[in-house]
Design a protein around this ligand. Structure first.
Ligand SMILES: [Zn+2]
Ligand SMILES: [Zn+2]
Ligand SMILES: [Zn+2]
Length: 166
């Protein structure tokens, strides 16, 4: 699977320090596996599949076993640092949730992920909170569309038959 990741305007160092702070606030120490997994998540633009994560952990520190990786992920999910989703039927994705947010655009043609930080959802969330009497704690915003490369490829392809008819 050749899923490429684009980084958009992601503020990397801000993300990891927010996550470290969230772990510390909940009374957890920054152990090697926790820091390694957070660092890998951060360097992947805050979004990674479980297969990619396991292989990167293995490369970085073979002493961290699979059970330890999943235990650490479970803890981070419980603390709201990481969100999980299943895409494409069976692929599990892990996403950092700095400040409770995660936003991306998925290209429906090539599966490229474009991560972005500024969702501008403040006014919508406030009005939903008033309307439904809830307190919104976080959100995953997923948009679908065609990336620039795929639009260009389709446009080029559309030009081919005319050039070939000579
Ligand atoms: Zn994402
Ligand atoms: Zn694309
Ligand atoms: Zn947001």
């Amino acid at each position: 699977m050749a899923r490429r990741i684009a980084f958009g305007t992601v503020e990397m160092s801000g993300r990891i320090s927010t996550s470290v702070q969230a772990l510390r606030n909940a009374g957890y120490k920054m152990t090697g596996p926790r820091l390694t997994i957070l660092d890998i998540l951060e360097k992947s633009g805050g979004h990674i599949t479980s297969a990619e994560l396991l292989s990167l952990v293995e490369q970085r520190d073979p002493s961290i076993g699979r059970a330890s990786v999943f235990r650490t992920l479970d803890l981070m999910i419980k603390l709201g640092i990481v969100w999980t989703s299943v895409q494409g039927g069976s692929t599990v994705h892990y996403m950092l949730m700095p400040g409770g947010h995660h936003h991306h655009i998925i290209c429906t043609n090539c599966d490229k992920l474009i991560e972005f930080d500024d969702c501008r959802l403040g006014a919508l969330i406030s009005s939903l909170e008033r309307e439904y009497g809830v307190h919104v704690e976080g959100h995953l915003l997923e948009l679908y569309g065609l990336c620039q490369d795929c639009q260009d490829a389709i446009r080029e392809h559309a030009g081919d038959p005319e050039e070939d008819t000579d």
